[in-house]
Design a protein around this ligand. Sequence first.
Ligand SMILES: [Zn+2]
Length: 687
Amino acid sequence: MDQSIKRVIGLLSVALALGACSSNTTTKVENTDPLPGFALSNLDTTAAPCTDFFQYVSGGWAENNPMPETESRWGNFGILQEQNQKRMRGLLDSLAQVDNFSQDAHYAQLLSVQYQAGLDTVALDQAGAEPLSPLRSQLQAIQSWEDYLNWLPQALKQGFGSPFGLSVGVDDKNSEAYLLNLSSGSLGLPDRDYYLKEDSASKKLQSQYRQHMAAMFRLLEIQEAQAQKAAEAIYAFEKQLAQHKMSRTERRKPENTYHKMSVAEASQLAEPLQLDQTLSALSLKIDSLNVSNPAYWQQLATLLPQTDLVTLKQYHLWHVLRATAGYLSADFEQESFHFYQTTLRGVNEMKPRWRRVLSSMGNGLSEPLGRVFAERYFPEEAKQAVEQMVEDLRTAYGQRIKQLTWMGDSTKERALEKLAAFNYKIGYPDVWKDFSRLQLEEGAYFTNHLKLRAYGVQENWDKLGQPVDKDEWFMPAYLVNAYYSSSYNEIVFPAGILQAPFYDVNADAAINYGGIGGVIGHEFSHGFDDQGSKYDGYGNLNQWWTDNDRSNFEDRTQVMVEQYNQYEPLPHLHVNGEMTLGENIADLGGLTMAYYGYQERLQRTGESPETKAGFSWQQRIFLGWGQVWQTVQKDEYTKNQVMTDYHSPAQYRVNGPVSNMPEFWEAWSCEKGDALVRTDSLQVEIW
Ligand SMILES: [Zn+2]
């Protein structure tokens, strides 16, 4: 569903389902902590900061915060997200007491209906696989290739995984207009590379995936032999799709995925697929669209008609099952959990039912959920404080750009224009989406989910031909995360993250600048990372650099690629420096801007910072950043992360940036020869 964001790049962290809880931070209290906002017991004082700052700043934390069995990665993001969820649970429980919802509170009624329906596991277990019947009947009725093509528009409307997708986003080269995007198809494994690798661990996982599919089909009372056969056939089909898809690294480059063409051209590229008829069946009245991967689209036109109709139908059934397992009886949900959470990510135990329901509601009801959360829990003073930090960092960024030695004056001027044009959104949307057309039924968890899915698809398609909605948010207000959008040239900070330990009204200011300030700097830096820097201040893909400056920039970013390629979180498993480049640039840029942004604050306020708990303000900036990344994770999580996540594992988000920063070396009196003092050719300064 998140395909509606054509190109929101640069999330701060992997998207966590829902999130957090803690004491209310709205009251400023007299704080007697030695270092307000940072618990000294979280330090590992036996570790040397200049050797392994990550260990120093989070070793004690790891001991104090054992990972629950329901997690495979545990850190401050997850803890806060769990707290946010507990708060939302309280709000939803109180909604259950409401007898009559007013028209204005329709969105809250939707939440209440779906939440209660999700908690009724007795009814869900009784229904078993029955809710799938209408969808299965649709598939059974398909008897020919023509039938299949005629049904395809309906499949796209339902929003389940398909051999190709259609979603609307902002045109990369015209940020004032929406554009329909034809994307490559859905796979059941997390990335195409899972199908293409040939080593024994990958082969084992491929086999486990096939077993999982077969097990799910058996739950539909499909016979063993038939279920196995279906799993093999779907796997073979998905593998062919995988072979024609781009890698994540390739997909990051906007020029690789921008191929705007007329509908006639796109139809011609893949004649047997009859795109023009599909579009008219869907009432999508357009002259042109973007085909994100024309080679894939072309290959699909050969592959699909050659694929056995039974296999195609099973592929669709599989993607429905995969997406809806959590809305069916417990046997489906458990089998799905076993593969997707335990096998792939190393999670041992399911989260409690109420948390699973809340997470699922993030598909389709994330904005109303964010609304009830933000209306109750977002302190306005956090907004003002963050606004001030944004401006301090913007000023610092501007100073840094002016001083760059590798960039010429004309590019600098354009970079400063872009910096000045950055918009920001803090807390929650000014305008909430209207859900008044949507009706959900009590006790209908599964069918409500189908409705929500289809509603989201239609809402996205309805944008075509409308002016771009600059008020729209692409992340719910309850989430512990943040993003930069290149098309909007804006940085966005949901209420969910504007809490301790990221931002704490009672914390020492330097800790806050290293924390949420670092996050702000990270998002700013996405506008100037290897991909974001290809967009101008108006949000258009547009070469605003001189060739020489671009080439200087690329020389520097290439060093960073090599630097991160050397990181090895598990034996023989290396970080993908190219895939994670944008995030790594943003971490280094972000921490640098937090450091200099705090100096702007000192100038602005005339404060003279004293040493606290024995730490200078410079040291506290780095402690604040380190605190954000206090994390432990299982090996399974790390393996999955390195293949699918654009973010480096937490230890490199701390040790990586600081190893490039003379400011860090000075703050901690590091010396040449210390592990985090890069005196080698891989030391890099970009922004
Ligand atoms: Zn990011």
